[in-house]
Design a protein. Structure first.
Length: 204
C-alpha cells in the first residue's frame, strides 16, 4: 500500500491516507517508527500491525475512558469514537470489547435514566429523552414498563402543581385550562391530570 497523504490533524497527530483513502491517525513518533511518509510503501503486515497494536489498543483505552467519565449509550459511544477518527471496524471492535466487561449496557442505562426522572417528567418525555440519547425504542419502552408506574406520573404532576403554585380551589377557569394544557404538552394523560387535581388539596 502507498502512503498518499500525511496531513496534520492536531499539533501532535497526523491523518494518514493509504492508496488515496483515509486510514488512521498517528502521532509524530509513530510515523517515524513505521517509516510513514508520503510516497512510502507499507506492507499489509505493517498496516495490520498499526491497526491492531496501535489504533485498536488506543480505541479500547479511549472507550473505557469515555465510559469512566460518564455512562453512555452504545450509540453515543460509537459517535464519540467515530468523531475521534477511528475507523468504523475499529470502533465496532472497541465497543464489543467494553461490552464484554459489562461497561456498556443500554438496558441498564435506560433504567437509570427512568429512575432518575420519575416523579419529575412524564413517560412520554422520558421515552423521548432516551431515544434522543440513542437508546433503541424497544429498550426505552421496556425500561419504562419495568420501572414506571402510575404513581410516578401522579407524583410528577403534583410536583409541577406545587412548583407552579397552582391551587385548584382558588384557580380561575382560565388558569385551570392553562395548567391542563401545560401538562398535556408535557405528555401527561388527561385522566391522570384530572384525578391528581381533583384530590390535590386533600393530599396537600
Amino acid at each position: 500500500m502507498t502512503v498518499t497523504e500525511v496531513a496534520p490533524h492536531t499539533k501532535t497527530r497526523y491523518k494518514v491516507s493509504l492508496d488515496g483513502k483515509f486510514a488512521f491517525v498517528l502521532y509524530k513518533g509513530e510515523l517515524s517508527r513505521f517509516g510513514i511518509r508520503e510516497g512510502a510503501e507499507l506492507s499489509g503486515d505493517t498496516v495490520e500491525e498499526i491497526r491492531t497494536r496501535v489504533i485498536l489498543k488506543r480505541a479500547k483505552v479511549y472507550a473505557l475512558h469515555l465510559l469512566g467519565d460518564m455512562d453512555r449509550t452504545e450509540a453515543q459511544l460509537r459517535e464519540k469514537l467515530l468523531r475521534g477518527l477511528y475507523p468504523e471496524d475499529i470502533v465496532s471492535a472497541a465497543v464489543e470489547y467494553v461490552k464484554s466487561f459489562g461497561y456498556l449496557d443500554d438496558a441498564r442505562y435506560a433504567q437509570n435514566i427512568v429512575l432518575s426522572r420519575m416523579g419529575r417528567k412524564s413517560r412520554r418525555e422520558i421515552e423521548a429523552e432516551l431515544i434522543r440519547k440513542g437508546v433503541p425504542k424497544e429498550a426505552a419502552r421496556e425500561a419504562l414498563q419495568n420501572c414506571y408506574e402510575e404513581a410516578g406520573e401522579e407524583e410528577a404532576i403534583r410536583k409541577i402543581l406545587q412548583r407552579k403554585r397552582f391551587v385548584p380551589s382558588g384557580a380561575s377557569e382560565e388558569e385551570t385550562r392553562k395548567i391542563y394544557g401545560y401538562l398535556a404538552r408535557k405528555g401527561f394523560r388527561y385522566d391522570t391530570v384530572r384525578q391528581v387535581i381533583q384530590k390535590y388539596e386533600d393530599d396537600a
